[in-house]
Ligand binder design. Structure first.
Ligand code: ATP
Ligand code: MG
Length: 339
């Protein structure tokens, strides 16, 4: 079992990132360890430059994201935690795969279409080639499990197509260069919505800070955001089906369930018939009890530059070592002379 996943160090990590991604990394890290596999989690800083960005901000966010991941329970002794820019093999393999990826394949990517909108001519080449870097990210390590959200499934299918064409064109059947990676979508993958609008997902890039709970918010701020979260005037139903037409209520109950490790029906068995005046304070308390210790560890770590640098240096050294055989095999398959 080789787990590989990346997270972009842009903006502040929030509850949705924790419940939808980071918490699963921690579980997978333990599963990989139990099976003598590997778990590689990286900061996708090379991906971040595909959009307009502020260099000082990217630098600070990258270090903050490392502190967050460790605070959430990713253990640098069990997982390989690194940033892309420290492992040049990612950029190298991306270039090698550029010869295999087809323009037509990239043109069909919905993320490209969404992000470019009508102004395709004005986008960076990096935004267009982004999925090829993503393919390199996972193919470098012969990943078997790639935890991704629904939105990234198409990119992973592209990575499989690239791997398959490369193997076909440049490798013999009995010695393929790349393993075809599978998406790994955990059963209880949570999708957390904005606190201000139950139809939009909670996002780092949403301008209103009141729309999300940041992992770095203090207890008062968390409680305030829950208190001000949009709701409706009804009491909570006694079963999940009663939430179907109530997106904001469904989101808050879903958050409670995910944090408490309960099903929605279990939560409603306790709170059904009660209004938000009772439910919101309980949710705020639960949030603070789960996220408070994470925040405390984050605050301890975030300015310890020496510790953060050491974590990244160690992870990068391991990632360079793990990636070398595959990178060498790709160079060699293409007939490139390296001396
Ligand atoms: P941005 O708005 O910049 O795209 P984001 O909040 O969507 O930021 P990403 O860095 O794109 O965060 O995603 C990091 C990880 O968190 C991904 O695995 C993604 O699927 C997951 N994720 C992001 N938002 C949510 C959410 N609201 N609920 C559950 N998972 C989420
Ligand atoms: Mg996103």
């Amino acid at each position: 079992m080789i787990v590989v996943s990346g997270i972009q160090p842009t903006g502040k990590p929030h509850l949705g990132n924790y419940l939808g991604a980071i918490r699963n990394y921690v579980k997978l890290q333990d599963e990989a360890e139990a099976q003598d596999g590997k778990c590689l989690i990286f900061l996708a800083d090379l991906h971040a430059i595909s959009m307009p960005h502020d260099p000082a901000q990217l630098h600070a966010s990258t270090l903050e994201m490392v502190a967050t991941l460790v605070a959430c329970g990713l253990d640098p002794a069990k997982s390989v935690l690194f940033n892309q820019a420290q492992v040049p093999a990612h950029a190298e393999l991306q270039w090698l795969l550029m010869g295999t990826a087809r323009m037509g394949w990239l043109n069909r990517m919905t993320q490209w279409k969404d992000k470019a909108g009508k102004n395709r001519e004005g986008q960076s080449v990096a935004l267009f080639g982004y999925p090829v870097l993503q393919a390199a990210d996972v193919l470098l390590y012969q990943a078997t499990h790639v935890p991704v959200g629904e939105d990234q499934k198409q990119h992973l299918e592209l990575a499989r197509d690239i791997a398959q064409k490369f193997n076909n064109d440049f490798a013999s059947d009995d010695a393929p260069v790349f393993t075809l990676p599978d998406p790994y979508i955990p059963e209880e993958a949570a999708r957390i919505m904005s606190l201000r609008d139950g139809a939009r997902k909670m996002s780092k890039s949403e301008p209103s800070d009141m729309s999300r709970v940041n992992l770095t918010d203090d207890a008062e701020t968390m409680a305030e955001k829950v208190k001000k979260a949009k709701t409706d005037p009804e009491v909570l139903p006694s079963e999940g089906a009663g939430l179907a037409e109530r997106p904001e209520a469904r989101n808050l109950v879903g958050i409670y369930a995910a944090l408490a490790g309960q099903s929605v029906n279990e939560v409603l068995r306790q709170y059904g018939g009660q209004g938000f005046g009772a439910f919101k304070p309980a949710l705020a308390d639960l949030l603070v009890s789960v996220l408070g210790p994470i925040r405390d560890r984050f605050v301890e770590l975030k300015d310890d530059r020496e510790a953060l640098d050491a974590i990244l240096a160690r992870g990068a050294a391991q990632a360079r070592e793990f990636s070398r055989p595959t990178l060498d095999a790709a160079y060699s398959a293409l007939g490139l002379v390296r001396g």
